[in-house]
Design a protein around this ligand. Structure first.
Ligand SMILES: Nc1ncnc2c1ncn2[C@@H]1O[C@H](COP(=O)(O)OP(=O)(O)OP(=O)(O)O)[C@@H](O)[C@H]1O
Ligand SMILES: [Mg+2]
Length: 269
């Protein structure tokens, strides 16, 4: 009898041993899978770090080049003013105007590169939303040219706690894109709405709109579909919106054309 009992116990023990072995095998497999997951995560983070380091190095070079370009640009502006005073004929005046527009565009791009290559310093103060938007509109009109663009601006009266220079730069980049999207003219609409909590700035155009597969990439640095574009404009807009605790999104208007909506907190909490 004792022999049968001890055999049963032995079988039980063996079964438990098999079970434990199976569990150990499973844990081992799970551990291996986790290790391989962690290894790929480390590899991905290393890639990201290398990418960030490359971007930082590129940023330093870009900042240096941008500084070098800004001074001669100022010089060109000065010479244009001198030329303008020199009694030019109509063709001359038109040419000077064209060069001014190109210089304005170059200046905007160079400033974008400079802003991109360093941490944004937000200096928020109470400003009228209207004055911020009009600042951008006035700068944009230097780039508008005579491309048959009708500008409609509608802004609520009221103050908001914003960095006026950075916010105007954000709006200017949206306006520049809208102008470039309508080479044959159209209506460019700028709306500034104030609610108790937010400033909502909307820029709409009647251009071709944005291909749905591109909607997710527009705000990535260096994404551009333009021959001479840097692809920094919208990326900087997003950086400025986020630095002020806000957001920005791109949409296609149902009636055609693109719409960019930027929401910024009206008062910082
Ligand atoms: N209003 C718009 N309508 C259609 N596409 C747009 C509009 N605004 C931006 N895009 C698309 O988003 C891309 C990225 O814009 P972003 O302003 O970042 O760079 P860019 O305009 O190409 O270059 P840069 O700003 O240096 O002149 C553009 O190349 C274009 O394809
Ligand atoms: Mg742009």
């Amino acid at each position: 009898m004792a022999g049968v009992e001890s055999q049963a116990t032995f079988h039980e023990l063996l079964a438990q041993y098999d079970l434990a072995l199976a569990r150990l095998g499973q844990s081992h497999d799970e551990l291996l899978a986790r290790v391989s997951e962690l290894q790929s995560e480390v590899a991905r983070k290393n890639d990201l770090l290398a990418h960030k380091e490359r971007l930082a190095a590129l940023g330093e070079v870009a900042a240096g080049v941008a500084h070098e370009i800004r001074n001669p640009l100022g010089g060109i502006r000065l010479y244009l003013d001198l030329l303008d005073r020199g009694g030019l004929n109509a063709d001359g005046v038109a040419t000077v105007e064209k060069i001014r527009r190109v210089v304005s565009r170059l200046d905007r791009v160079v400033r974008d590169v400079l802003l991109h290559s360093r941490e944004l310093q937000v200096q928020a103060r109470s400003v009228s939303l209207c004055s911020v938007i009009m600042d951008a509109v006035n700068c944009a009109t230097q780039e508008l040219g005579d491309g048959g663009i009708t500008l409609e601006v509608e802004v609520d009266e009221g103050q908001a706690l914003l960095d006026p220079d950075l916010t105007a730069r954000l709006v200017l980049n949206l306006l520049a894109n809208a102008v470039q999207a309508m080479p044959d003219g159209g209506t460019l609409r700028v709306l500034g709405r104030l609610t108790t909590e937010s400033c909502i700035i909307t820029v709409e155009d009647e251009g071709p709109g944005i291909a749905p597969e591109r909607l997710g990439s527009l705000f990535s640095p260096f994404f551009t579909t333009k021959a001479g574009g840097t692809g920094l404009g919208l990326s900087l807009c997003r950086k400025i919106a986020h630095a002020q605790g806000g957001s920005i999104e791109a949409q296609n208007r149902p009636q055609g054309g693109a719409r960019f909506v930027c929401r910024l907190p009206r008062v910082r909490t």
